[in-house]
Design a protein. Structure first.
Length: 133
């Protein structure tokens, strides 16, 4: 009989596989699912939790699953902006997300949210550009 931690890990792995199979049957990709796992990690980070939070690692896993993933690119772009990172780098992620033709409103909502997180002229100009697109 496996120990309790090994049993829990096996159950979580099986549940995760079932979840992926279910979402794939609905047209979602494993990358979409992995990108969504990054969002709660961001929320934990925002609330001050640092232990066990790996936002960047979750995005890397999502991108490894497939290159053009709308949610991975969108949330990654938001994460870059949230941290005060390079707008051009974030824009590359948002542009890649928009090329999929999926959930455009979601992409733009997170882009504007990320841009409004920092109060500087460069972000303000990008906000206007996005709003007029």
């Amino acid at each position: 009989m496996p120990t309790k931690p090994k049993l829990l890990l096996r159950l979580r792995t099986n549940c995760f596989r079932c979840l992926i199979a279910r979402f794939q049957s609905q047209g979602q990709t494993a990358g979409d699912i992995l990108a969504h796992i990054a969002w709660p990690n961001f929320l934990k980070y925002r609330e001050g939790m640092r232990e066990g939070v790996n936002v960047d690692g979750k995005f890397e896993s999502a991108f490894a699953a497939i290159k053009i993933i709308v949610y991975a690119h969108t949330i990654s772009g938001f994460w870059i902006l949230w941290q005060g990172g390079d707008i051009k780098s974030a824009e590359a992620h948002f542009s890649a997300a928009l090329t999929t033709g999926r959930v455009r409103t979601y992409v733009r909502d997170l882009q504007i949210s990320g841009l409004t997180n920092s109060n500087n002229p460069e972000n303000d100009a990008e906000e206007l550009r996005v709003a007029n697109d």
